[in-house]
Design a protein around this ligand. Sequence first.
Ligand code: NI
Length: 187
Amino acid sequence: MYTRNPTGNPTSDSLYNIFMKYRRVYAPGGTYFFTVVTRNRIPIFSDPSVVETLRMAFKYTLARHPFTVVANVIMPDHIHTIWTLPENDADFSTRWRLIKSCFTRNWTNRPKDVPVWQHRFWEHLIRNEKDLERHVEYIHYNPVKHGLAQSPSTWPFSSFSKFVSDGLYPEGWGSNEMIWEGKKIME
Ligand code: NI
């Protein structure tokens, strides 16, 4: 069961914005949800400076192989993110390889010879705008789901605050009740 807004009905304005946003970013055949997990689930991203290194790895990769990051959340031992790839480009594997290697190279306090990433990652092709909206909400609610935040707004490492400042969510969105009880999306 899925409730779209636990803090009350969104205004028609914000509904309109959300709709337009998803229209804008959704590319059929080119929008993906990913889950990437650290090796042995070591919570390397508990350290904000390590999160910063990851951000740099994203920037590095974006500059070479552009794509749109629709939404993301960085949890201590995994990442969920949604990307829209350029038209006629489905090569997310190269992008992940770059992100992972750039991150590993630049992580200065990395324990020697310890693998950082799980090799495999979970990927899901977003089927339509509704599917996109569900996965975006899954991402923003994730820190609450994992018991690490009282509300999405108190987790610093996600695109939630950007969505709030863009007027796509009210600030208290997701703070009251479970909004995701639907199908399991792995973690
Ligand atoms: Ni998760």
